[in-house]
Design a binder for this molecule. Structure first.
Ligand SMILES: [Cu+2]
Length: 464
C-alpha cells in the first residue's frame, strides 16, 4: 500500500492539520485518512484543535499530537505501526519500533464524549494490535490479541471505534508479542479532555505529558536487547535521555499540569524541586479532592499514570527527575567497579606503559566522569552530562529542568536560557576560619582491630 507521507517539522504541523480539517470529497472520506508522519524529535507546539469541541491542548515532551479528520462527527486517526529511527540524544540514534515515524507514537487528544475511529496499519514483520490502556470501551475494541481480536497481520489495517467516555490520562500500546514490541518502543500517550467545566479537573495554563520508558542498547549498537528484564542501561522520557530531554518552560504563577505514564519494567519516583504538587488524577480518573495530599515525589508504578498539578510560583531552574539515582545515568555507567578510596597510582603507572590511553576511573567518586573527554564508541551517549551555568550537571537519563520565569510570555515554550539568580541568593564558599569539629570518642569499636581509612583526595584536579 502506498500512502503519501507528510514530512513535518514544527511549523508543518499546523498546515497538515488545516489540510486534514478542510473539506474533502465523499470519495476521499470513504477512504482511510492519510497517515501523518513526524520526522523530528523536537517538542512540537501544542496542537490547537481545528475541529470538534475546543480544549486546552497538551505539550508532549519531545513529541507531538496526531492530527485527525472529522468524518460525519467521528474523529478519525491513522496510526501506522512501523520500524523507526529515534534520536535519543544528538549523535545517538536508536532503531526502534513505533508509530508514524517516532517512538513513542504521537499523543492522541480527544474530548469526553467524542466518537473516535482509529485506523491501525501494521508495517511490522509480525502481528500487532493496540490496547487502549484505561479506556471504557466495547470488549471487542480492547485490543488483546487472541482474546478480543485476531492480531493485525503485517500489511493489514484494522479499525477500532469507541466513544471516549471518561476524561483523563491514558496510554496505548500493543497487546501482541508485547514483551518484544514494548521493549522496542511501541507505546503512546492519550489524553481525553473534559467536555465542560469539571469539578475535579481544573483548567491549567500549561499541560505537559510524557511516558517513562527504558531500553537496553549496548554502546555502539542501535537496536534494544529485547530479552532484558530489569537491567536496562537507558532510562528515558519519551525515548530521550538528559540533556536531550527538553526543559519544561513555564511562566511564573502558571497553573501547571504534568501527566506521566509508566511503561517500563519498574517503578519510578518522579521528584520535583522547589514546589509541592497535588496528584489530581490517576489511571482511575480524577482524584476526589478529599483524597489529595501535597507531595514532592510521585511513585509511579508500572502501568500507572499520574497527573501532577501545581502553581509554579518559585522562579528558577528546578530539577525534575526520577529519584532512583541509577535512572539519571546513561549507558556506559553500569558495570564499573567501585574504586572510591583506592590509590591506584602505581597500578595506573604500570598499565600506562602498556596502554597509553588508560584512564583511572572513579577513585574520588564518579563525578570526574562528567568532566572527562572519554572516547566513546560511535552511537551512544556519555554516562552523565549536561553543562549548567556552574559547571557539569552530571546527570543523564530521566532528568529535566522546570524553568519558571516571570517574563516568559503566555503560551511561549521557548527555552529562556539559564536562570539569572538575584545577587546574594546562590550558595557560596565560606572563606573564614574553620574550627576543627569536636567528635565523640568512638565506642570500643577497635575491638575487631579493623580500621577503615579513606585517602583524602589530593587537591589540584578539576573542581569547577
Ligand atoms: Cu526511575
Amino acid at each position: 500500500m502506498v500512502s503519501r507521507r507528510n514530512f513535518l517539522g514544527r511549523s508543518g504541523l499546523a498546515a497538515a492539520t488545516t489540510m486534514a480539517a478542510a473539506g474533502v470529497s465523499k470519495v476521499a472520506m470513504a477512504a482511510l485518512p492519510e497517515p501523518v508522519i513526524q520526522t523530528s524529535a523536537d517538542t512540537a507546539a501544542p496542537l490547537v484543535p481545528p475541529s470538534g469541541r475546543p480544549y486546552n491542548p497538551v505539550v508532549t515532551l519531545n513529541g507531538w499530537t496526531l492530527p485527525w479528520r472529522m468524518n460525519n462527527g467521528v474523529k478519525e486517526f491513522h496510526l501506522v505501526a512501523e520500524p523507526v529511527v529515534r534520536e535519543m540524544a544528538p549523535g545517538f540514534k536508536a532503531h526502534l519500533w513505533g508509530y508514524n515515524g517516532q517512538s513513542p507514537g504521537p499523543t492522541i487528544e480527544v474530548v469526553e464524549g467524542d466518537r473516535v475511529r482509529l485506523f491501525v496499519t501494521n508495517r511490522l514483520g509480525e502481528l500487532t494490535s493496540i490496547h487502549w490502556h484505561g479506556q471504557r470501551l466495547p470488549n471487542g475494541m480492547d485490543g488483546v490479541t487472541g482474546l478480543n481480536q485476531p492480531g493485525i497481520p503485517p500489511g493489514k489495517t484494522y479499525v477500532y471505534e469507541f466513544v471516549a467516555r471518561r476524561p483523563g490520562t491514558f496510554m496505548y500500546h500493543p497487546h501482541a508479542d508485547e514483551m518484544v514490541q514494548m521493549a522496542m518502543g511501541m507505546m503512546g500517550f492519550w489524553v481525553t479532555h473534559p467536555k465542560q467545566k469539571h469539578p475535579l479537573i481544573d483548567e491549567v495554563d500549561r499541560d505537559f505529558c510524557f511516558l517513562l520508558n527504558a531500553y537496553d542498547i549496548d554502546p555502539g549498537s542501535a537496536t534494544p536487547k529485547i530479552m532484558t528484564m530489569l537491567d536496562f542501561n537507558l532510562w528515558t522520557w519519551n525515548s530521550r535521555i538528559y540533556p536531550a530531554i527538553d526543559p519544561l518552560v513555564v511562566r511564573q504563577n502558571d497553573k501547571v499540569r504534568i501527566r506521566v505514564g509508566n511503561l517500563t519494567m519498574t517503578n519510578h519516583p518522579i521528584h520535583l524541586h522547589g514546589h509541592e504538587f497535588l496528584i489530581t488524577g490517576t489511571d482511575g480518573g480524577p482524584t476526589p479532592k478529599t483524597a489529595r495530599q501535597y507531595e514532592i515525589t510521585a511513585d509511579i508504578a508500572v502501568g500507572q499514570m499520574r497527573q501532577l498539578d501545581f502553581i509554579a510560583d518559585e522562579p528558577g531552574d528546578w530539577a525534575f527527575h526520577c529519584h532512583k539515582s541509577h535512572h539519571t545515568m546513561n549507558a556506559m555507567g553500569h558495570d564499573v567497579p567501585t574504586m572510591i578510596g583506592v590509590d591506584h597510582r602505581e597500578v595506573a603507572r604500570k598499565i600506562t606503559q602498556l596502554v597509553p590511553d588508560y584512564m583511572v576511573m572513579g577513585e574520588r567518586g564518579m563525578k570526574d566522569m562528567t568532566e572527562m573527554e572519554m572516547p566513546l564508541p560511535d552511537n551512544t551517549a556519555p554516562m552523565m552530562a549536561g553543562q549548567g551555568p556552574f559547571g557539569a550537571i552530571g546527570m543523564g537519563g530521566m532528568f529535566s529542568v522546570l524553568k519558571v520565569r516571570a517574563d516568559q510570555k503566555r503560551g511561549d515554550y521557548s527555552d529562556p536560557g539559564w536562570y539569572q539568580h538575584p545577587p546574594g541568593t546562590v550558595a557560596y564558599e565560606w572563606t573564614g576560619a574553620l574550627a576543627e569539629p569536636s567528635r565523640a570518642q568512638p565506642p570500643a569499636a577497635s575491638k575487631s582491630g579493623v580500621e577503615v581509612k579513606v585517602r583524602k583526595p589530593a587537591g589540584g584536579h578539576g573542581g569547577h
